[in-house]
Ligand binder design. Structure first.
Ligand code: GDP
Ligand code: MG
Length: 410
């Protein structure tokens, strides 16, 4: 018997690695939560006869437990317990050097884990047979890059299966309706706005776009740009270069006191755009203080800038980081660069963070669009991205990631 230890962030990832390394015959001997995630001890050449005996399945061949047998176990969840008990008991009768008593006890839960993983495949297969439309829509949404929780929300909001004639238009319309957006009157009435968010997502570029749009119907002197970016060399120059084009002035502020003084000086400007540096800790602190400072008429409105080309986990992390700042909404940039738009849509829906603007290129000011009227456009862009990149979503991913919540109440 070959025993090996695996460590990964969650059960699904560990099991995937076990399978890749040892193949489908591997047996999990123990699992436990450790500081870095889940630790699994897996063994090859495990005594399968014992398992068969315990669950009353006759050995058909020397292959592993059949899908049917697993289905039987699935129907009788309690059967899992006796299996584990018998295996455990047997191992104590035949002491195996490599296993401690603790590890043996771990089997109870590890066998359940293994069976559950395999069962998810069976459940998905069964679901695709019983609810083929729902399953296909879920596959389509997964191909857009929508996360499992959000894809399931969309499917749940659709009319009951059977009525769905089109596997795309109904879910896409629902997705567009679900996408949170916020109207903004910045271009007509002005205000004081700060863009916050990670470095390189397009804050300075978006400020240049908003400023040059506003300059089309207002005097350049009505606009002030404030650089609160004291960290990056040339950040202010970058902003100044844009400002020169439209004839607006740039003011620099390297800390909260300077910034609040500058804002007082600029209180007669129609539009004040504050550019921040993208160092999250500093910007969060600065923004929180600024938010507390500006509760009155000339309060600062904060927009989080997110790049659509960022992975979903990183987007969620950024939203969490800035959650202390009272956000008016967000600006989604680099829509033209994203391989899948489902990620950013999932992050917006999950965090209930409304989009105010969409940016799909570097051109100033053409590539900036008010989000409120562009929901369907974004969804169409998501479909175009998908068609261009042909993402593959295999059935194992569907089974392991998208199944759990999906068919329980179908
Ligand atoms: N393709 C694309 N590039 C963008 C977009 N918005 C900004 N950029 C580019 O991204 C880079 C970083 O932008 P910048 O405004 O300096 O980001 P900041 O660090 O957040 O201020 C620049 O090269 C921009 O031209 C967009 O919507 N699409
Ligand atoms: Mg910048």
């Amino acid at each position: 018997m070959k025993i090996k230890r695996y460590l990964d962030k969650d059960m699904r990832h560990v099991l995937r690695r076990v399978r890749e390394d040892q193949g489908p015959d591997a047996v999990i001997l123990s699992n436990r939560r450790v500081e870095d995630g889940i630790e699994v001890i897996a063994a090859l050449d495990y005594d399968e006869a014992l398992v068969r005996h315990a669950i009353g399945v006759k050995p058909e061949s020397d292959a592993e437990i059949s899908s049917d047998a697993l289905a039987e176990i699935a129907e009788d969840d309690a059967a899992i317990e006796p299996v584990a008990e018998v295996v455990s008991a047997d191992l104590t009768r035949h002491p195996v050097e490599e296993l401690s008593l603790k590890q043996m006890q771990g089997e109870l839960s590890s066998m359940r884990g293994l069976l559950e993983t395999q069962l998810s495949g069976l459940i998905w297969k069964d679901a695709t047979r019983r609810f083929p439309l729902r399953a296909q829509i879920l596959r389509n949404l997964a191909r857009l890059g929508l996360a499992p929780d959000i894809a399931n929300i969309i499917v749940d909001r659709l009319e009951p299966t059977g009525d769905i004639k089109n596997l795309w238009s109904a879910p896409l319309t629902t997705l567009a309706q679900t996408l949170p957006v916020v109207e903004n009157d910045l271009l007509t009435t002005g205000g004081t706005v700060a863009l916050i968010g990670p470095t390189g997502v397009g804050k300075t570029t978006t400020i240049a776009k908003i400023a040059s749009r506003f300059a089309m119907n207002n005097w350049a002197d009505d606009i002030a740009l404030v650089s609160a970016d004291s960290y990056r060399i040339g950040a202010k120059e970058h902003l100044r270069a844009f400002a020169n084009i439209i004839g607006a002035k740039v003011y620099a502020a390297s800390n909260f006191d300077e910034l609040s003084e500058t804002l007082v000086r600029l209180k007669d400007k129609k539009l004040v755009l504050i550019d921040t540096e993208g160092r999250s800790q500093r910007d969060r602190d600065l923004s929180s203080r600024l938010a507390a400072y500006g509760r009155n008429a000339d309060r600062v409105r904060f927009y989080l800038t997110l790049s659509a080309a960022t992975q979903e986990a990183a987007l969620d992390e950024t939203v969490r980081e800035f959650s202390r700042v009272p956000l008016e909404g967000c600006i989604v940039t680099k829509i033209d660069e994203a391989a899948q738009l489902g990620c950013v849509m999932s992050a917006l829906i999950r965090n209930d963070l409304p989009a105010a603007w969409f940016s799909d290129g570097q051109r100033i000011p053409e590539d900036l669009h008010g989000a409120a009227r562009k929901k369907l456009w974004l969804v169409n862009q998501a479909v175009e991205c998908m068609e261009a990149s042909h993402p593959r979503v295999d059935e194992r991913t569907m089974a392991e990631d998208y199944t759990k919540q999906s068919f329980a109440n179908a």
